[in-house]
Design a protein around this ligand. Structure first.
Ligand code: NDP
Length: 471
């Protein structure tokens, strides 16, 4: 049991305003594995006051000192990487094969990258006779989801601190353990009191109190599009800046002549990673109509070869979903795919053999999917791949762009042709032929996938205001 009875506010561990607690449930065993406070409006008030009080001094702290603090936090994460990864394996169900790198090690990389990039930002310039000055935006509320709990916090906290802002983190109630461990790391890193604060609680109370708070200058949110809409409207009453990283329904286009087996393997991997609970998951596989059968057979063979089971076991590739609600939601989508006439190639609504305990779902592949079906349009957030046939390249681009979302897209094909297609896609994160992805590039969606950027220089600049001084 990992119990964190207190909140981290103003540089110390403080008792929450109520005795209400949130149980953290292990996704594979369904047993309670931890507990954190259910913070509320009074706790938010206290954290915002602490963040506000620390604001001016932190903004005036030399950049080198702020970045040195980021370095210490990154080192602290790496020193506890195994322990952090284990917490995520339990609360999210991410396989231990990938958790230390993808779930926790990457958070340390994010702190390092922000420290490297921050000095490249030109904070002052003269335009004509006018001085333009960039300044920290102030008090930032970081509201984060459960699927990559520590990394999602890092991509907000690192740039905010680097740019001289103070932060209040509200982690997901389903996976808050690494946020508490990060607060311990930050405490040891010796940041001034109030620069980093942590208030756990549910979205409707702790989260919304932060968004509505008059003394919060900016909300940086990652989560579902539905919650993003709600946050935008609540934040509008105090006209505060909001950045949104929301859902996706990302296509992977296999162009005519591209190596089909490699592309399908990349699509399956990209769709099933973290049990499909990844916003950039390649959930729509677009192949030439004539290759639908071959693509489906290849995808099914791969899906059936993957080890599904206990995420703590070293050989497991697919663990459980995060909770019962998510499992039921994913099963409903599988049911709807069958009812709407898609061909179920492998997987289905029944739990995988021998896995009745834990929130497991069969890795599923649908073929003959059309854009009228819910499984082609809605974000499932589970291991469900939809294969869609296209007639020619224009048709592939049309289908890829026929979505309310525009987070990511992948293209396989001859490099020049793939680049030309990538330029036509309405999405923010494009990957050609499975290229390595740089986490110093700006990340953020088009359309209903979000507003604003994270990572890179653009991600840092979100935390700045700019003023013009005419002399
Ligand atoms: P939610 O939108 O349900 O929750 C995200 C966070 O917002 C949680 O901390 C939640 O609190 C909080 N919240 C909920 N309601 C409110 C509210 N009214 N006011 C303020 N805060 C609120 O998303 P999930 O946690 O279910 O995460 C999955 C979603 O996140 C997926 O749709 C996925 O696509 C998206 N996502 C997007 C990414 C991106 O970069 N674009 C990356 C990762 C995920 P609570 O603790 O109660 O849940």
């Amino acid at each position: 049991m990992q119990e964190f009875p207190r909140l981290y506010v103003g540089g110390e561990w403080v008792d929450p305003s109520s005795s209400e607690r949130i149980d953290i449930v292990n996704a594979a065993t369904e047993q309670v594995m931890g507990q954190v406070p259910a913070g509320g409006a009074a706790d938010v008030d206290r954290a915002v006051a602490a963040a506000r009080a620390a604001c001016a001094d932190w903004a005036a702290t030399p950049l080198t000192e702020r970045l040195a603090a980021l370095g210490r936090i990154g080192e602290g994460i790496m020193a506890r990487n195994d322990e952090l990864a284990q917490a995520v394996v339990g609360e999210v169900g991410t396989p231990s094969m990938i958790a230390p790198m993808l779930q926790t090690g990457l958070a340390a990389v994010v702190f390092g990258d922000n420290a490297t990039l921050a000095p490249t930002i030109e904070m002052e310039a003269t335009v004509g006779g006018t001085l333009t000055v960039k300044e920290p935006i102030g008090v930032v509320a970081a509201i984060t989801p459960w699927n990559f709990p520590l990394v999602q916090i890092a991509v907000k906290v690192a740039p905010a601190l680097a740019m001289g802002c103070t932060v209040i983190v509200k982690p997901s109630e389903y996976a808050p353990l690494t946020a508490f461990m990060l607060a311990e790391i930050i405490d040891e890193a010796g940041l001034p009191p109030g620069v980093f604060n942590l208030v756990s609680g549910d979205g409707a109370t702790a989260g919304e109190s932060l968004v509505a708070h008059r003394d919060v200058d900016m909300v940086s949110f990652t989560g579902s599009t539905a919650t993003g809409r709600r946050i935008s409207s609540v934040a509008a009453s105090t006209v505060k800046k909001v950045t949104l990283e929301l859902g996706g329904k990302s296509p992977l286009i296999v162009l005519e002549g591209a190596p089909l087996a490699d592309a399908v393997a990349a699509a399956v991997q990209g769709c099933y990673i973290n049990c499909g609970q990844m916003c950039t998951a390649s959930t729509r596989l677009l192949v030439p109509e004539a290759q639908l059968g071959e693509a489906a057979a290849t995808a099914a063979a791969i899906a059936e070869s993957l080890a599904v089971g206990d995420p703590a076991a070293p050989e497991t590739v697919i663990g459980p979903l995060v909770n019962a609600r998510q499992r039921d939601r994913v099963r409903d989508y599988i049911r709807s795919g069958i009812e709407e006439g898609a061909t179920l190639v492998t997987g289905g609504v029944e739990p995988p053999d021998g896995l009745d305990t834990g929130y497991f779902v069969r890795p599923t592949v649908f073929s003959d999917v059309t854009m009228e079906m819910r499984i082609a349009r809605e974000e499932i957030f589970g291991p469900v791949l939809a294969i869609i046939g296209y007639s020619d390249t224009d048709d592939a681009v049309r289908i890829a762009n026929d979505s309310d979302y525009g987070l990511a897209a992948m293209v396989f094909g001859e490099p020049d042709e793939a680049m030309a297609v990538a330029r036509r896609l309405r999405a923010g994160w494009l990957v050609i032929n499975g290229a390595d992805q740089s986490f110093t590039a700006p990340y953020g969606g088009y359309k209903q996938s979000g507003l604003g950027k994270e990572l890179g220089v653009a991600g840092l600049e979100e935390y700045l205001e700019q003023k013009a001084i005419h002399v």
